[in-house]
Design a protein around this ligand. Structure first.
Ligand SMILES: [Zn+2]
Length: 236
């Protein structure tokens, strides 16, 4: 082997997820816009969502990552300021802006390009390794084939917490730019035009076929989200 050969590119890619910059995060579209855009992209490709998911679900089985990763609708709710990231707490029920740079804050949502855009706090950082560059490449290739740029990858929600017929629902919380995640009866939110499916996990359907099934929904904010984070009142 020629010792002057450049090292293989793959060895340079085996690094933690690159971060999506705050300015780019703030340009992510809101959930109702993302839902609409996904539907438009599927229509342009001549597919309904299930027909597309049948194409995408086998990747998760073939790569053996159905317990680790799921598909998410890429969207944001609030704007961040420099230094902030949206971080879900260790219980998984509250997501807020955080400036915590400790190793306990790990990426848990990624664009198809591999850039991390949301995070979680964990006492077990090793459990939240990002998908491999190879997995991102295969995922993006399937999306690109159908002209879809609205889906990303996230850590699998803790579906063990869900009883039969229950689902996760993400809603505005009481704190500054907070989203809270609750467990609700799925039939109670079915058909609600202000609630959108945002996370789908790979599983076998009743006929044993690979499919993506919704396990988390997102309730749109009743009020438009603030364009800027709240600031301290001016001092007199
Ligand atoms: Zn949401």
């Amino acid at each position: 082997m020629d010792i002057n050969t450049e090292p293989p590119q793959a060895s340079l890619q085996a690094m933690p997820s690159p971060r999506l910059l705050v300015a780019s995060y703030n340009k992510l579209i809101l959930v109702h816009e993302a839902d609409k855009r996904l539907k438009e992209q599927l229509a342009s490709a001549g597919l309904n969502r299930n027909a597309f998911f049948v194409q995408l679900a086998p990747l998760f089985f073939n790569e053996g990552v159905t317990e680790q990763y799921a598909v998410c609708l890429v969207h944001r709710h609030y704007e961040l300021v420099d230094g902030e990231r949206m971080v879900t707490n260790s219980s998984g029920n509250s997501t807020r802006p955080s400036i915590d740079e400790s190793p306990n804050v790990v990426a848990d949502s990624w664009l198809a390009t591999g850039k991390a855009f949301e995070y979680r706090y964990t006492n077990h950082p090793g459990l939240f390794a990002p998908p491999s560059a190879d997995f991102f490449a295969k995922f993006k290739a399937i999306l690109d084939a159908y002209g879809i740029d609205t889906l990303g990858i996230c850590s699998v929600p803790d579906v063990k917490k869900l009883g039969p017929g229950f689902t996760f629902l993400e809603m505005p919380g009481d704190h500054d730019r907070e989203r809270v995640t609750e467990i609700v009866v799925g039939s109670l939110i079915a058909g609600n035009s202000l609630i959108y499916e945002v996370t789908w996990i790979a599983e076998k359907d009743s006929e044993g076929s690979f499919m993506l099934t919704c396990q988390c929904n997102c309730g749109n904010c009743k009020e438009p989200p603030p364009t800027k984070p709240p600031t301290k009142p001016p001092t007199k």
